[in-house]
Design a protein around this ligand. Structure first.
Ligand SMILES: [Zn+2]
Length: 126
């Protein structure tokens, strides 16, 4: 079955309205089949490139949150603000990485609130 683009957009819009962005995107992805994966913490599409089968190299990156996960065969590189790791990963390292991501997300939110309140007060002065 071929679905035209306008109809796809309408489907996603309806799903979004009913289920929220992340859940809607996942449902839509299963339905359509060829969409980019989403960042778990901010919900924007992440950069994903894999040649896992050929060379063992794989990269996932979210430029919005500023994190990167590269794999070189057995070794992994995890990078985000305040966290760097290269080597074999295990569950506790992933946990530490995710904790740092959450902390960064909280900090980003705080800065955003500060920025908006500053902007607001500047607008009032005019
Ligand atoms: Zn993100």
């Amino acid at each position: 079955m071929i679905i035209n683009r306008e109809r796809k957009r309408a489907i996603l819009k309806t799903l979004k309205k009913q289920h929220g962005l992340l859940k809607a995107y996942n449902m839509y992805k299963n339905y359509i089949g060829n969409l980019k994966p989403l960042c778990a913490s901010c919900g924007s599409a992440i950069y994903y490139y894999s040649e896992w089968q050929e060379t063992g190299y794989e990269i996932k990156q979210c430029t919005n949150c500023g994190w990167m996960h590269q794999s070189f065969g057995l070794n992994d590189e995890l990078v985000t603000k305040g966290f760097y790791y290269y080597g074999k990963v295990n569950e506790s390292i992933f946990k530490a990485f995710n904790r740092q991501l959450e902390a960064n997300a909280v900090e980003r939110k705080r800065m955003r609130v500060l920025f908006l309140s500053k902007k607001k007060s500047q607008q009032k002065r005019k």
